[in-house]
Design a protein around this ligand. Structure first.
Ligand code: PRP
Length: 180
């Protein structure tokens, strides 16, 4: 499906996204006011728009870093074993670390990354995700800050892709399942 041929239906509109990001930033700012230094670690690529909007509303000092993971998912719905393809450049030891994701689907990526980051001896380690699919979770993962719990549909936009398309849609839309 070519991007220009189809505007996916809206699941979460721009206003709802903006409201929820503001709420998340306020909650994180309050929780980390006395927990410094704070490092946010975003998971590329899908997080890039959410992360940019979130950090611009934080009222506490923070630094940013990124990781990237290859799950070899392509357009399939099931991920493979995540592999780290970009690591942080920051020494996380003694820092309060907040892992930031666009979506927790099966939970495999967050689970692996939380284990990996815990080995870096952070002062604390928490996780924030804009979206979470409770029906798809296959791992027990604690997501400390959740923007929206969503149904089991393929979501695109606001950073998320379908076969690398749709990331720059300003809203979260969904790709309807093909009729079988
Ligand atoms: C997506 C998303 C998460 C992961 C969640 O990344 O950004 O990192 O999948 O899935 P899980 O909970 O089943 O592990 P994706 O592999 O699509 O790469 P991208 O961020 O570069 O689009």
């Amino acid at each position: 499906m070519a991007e220009k041929e189809c505007q996916p239906p809206v699941l979460i509109d721009e206003a709802a996204l903006a409201r929820r990001v503001t709420e998340l930033a306020a909650a994180i700012s309050a929780d980390y006011a006395a927990k410094q230094p704070l490092a946010l670690v975003g998971v590329l690529k899908g997080v890039f728009i959410f992360m940019a909007d979130l950090v611009r509303q934080l009222t506490v000092p923070h630094q940013l870093d990124f990781v990237a993971v290859a799950s070899y998912r392509g357009t399939d719905t099931l991920p493979g074993q995540p592999q780290l393809i970009l690591d942080v450049a920051t020494d996380l030891a003694g820092r309060h670390v907040l892992l930031v994701e666009d979506i927790v689907d099966t939970g495999q990526t967050v689970s692996c990354l939380m284990q990996l980051l815990a080995e870096r001896h952070p002062a604390s380690l928490r996780c924030c995700s804009l979206l979470r699919k409770p029906e798809r979770l296959r791992q027990t993962v604690t997501v400390d800050y959740v923007g929206f719990d969503i149904p089991d549909v393929w979501v695109v936009g606001y950073g998320l892709d379908y076969d690398q398309q749709y990331r720059s849609l300003p809203y979260v839309g969904f790709i309807a399942p093909s009729p079988t």
